[in-house]
Design a protein around this ligand. Structure first.
Ligand code: SAH
Length: 215
């Protein structure tokens, strides 16, 4: 008998996330809860739990599950946090953050993907996610809490970190962002804001779609 979506999802959580060292129970519970197959186009549904990115149309992709998990791990969100997400795409990453108790402000530059993400998220009851159609290079300063965002996660790669994003981090908050040349060797970078200045470290070599628009 072919595996059900639930069985495929459980196997994804075990083999792609937990066995690769990401074992936080809340993180694993979020990946168990979100029906990834509903965030991909019908033609990709059978592959929804595969260990790779998938096309979501318009030349864009939904990231590999492990990469979504790793970025979420480094963001280290807490329930009640207000997170800025740039490059909402399918809305899958937003749903994971909502499952972790965050309020999500998601920016996406392509209107059809905005419409799709809104429809999927609202059909699944994720009402704490607001998806806006706009260029994420400048962040969303007017939507930030008074002290700044509790975390910023970017799913498309700029050549260099936009300074507006550092400026919109609360003290103690992190920015998780791929940085590097278009479709070439990029680094997944974690920036942390301190009372005085920021620190920065690279965690993995990655390949994301480019952050389009201008700096
Ligand atoms: N997190 C997404 C992955 C989407 S891929 C998911 O779970 O499905 C990256 C997305 O970034 C694409 O949808 C692309 O359209 C978007 N993007 C690219 N440049 C952008 C920009 N300047 N501002 C906002 N979104 C952008």
């Amino acid at each position: 008998m072919p595996a059900t979506d639930e069985e495929r999802r459980e196997r994804m959580v075990e083999t792609q996330i937990a066995q690769r060292g990401l074992t936080d129970p809340a993180l694993l519970a979020a990946f168990r809860a979100v029906p990834r197959h509903l965030f991909v186009p019908p033609a990709e549904r059978a592959a929804a739990y595969d260990d790779r990115p998938l096309s979501i149309g318009y030349g864009q992709t939904i990231s590999q599950p492990y990469i979504v998990a790793l970025m979420t791990h480094h963001l280290a969100p807490k329930p009640g946090d207000v997170i800025l997400e740039i490059g909402a795409g399918s809305g899958y990453q937003s749903a994971i953050l909502a499952e972790l108790g965050c309020r999500v402000i998601a920016l996406e530059i392509l209107q059809p993907l905005v419409d799709g993400a809104r429809a999927t998220l609202s059909a699944l009851g994720y009402h704490d996610v607001a998806v806006h159609c706009r260029d994420g290079h400048h962040g969303a300063p007017e939507l930030a809490p008074p002290g700044g965002f509790d975390g910023i996660l970017v799913a498309a790669a700029p050549a260099a970190i936009p300074s507006a994003l550092r400026d919109q981090l609360a003290v103690g908050a992190r920015l998780v962002i791929p940085v590097g040349p278009v479709f070439d060797a990029q680094d997944l970078v974690v920036v942390e804001r301190h009372a005085t200045g920021t620190s920065e470290r690279s965690v993995l070599a990655v390949r994301f779609v480019p952050l389009v628009g201008h700096d």
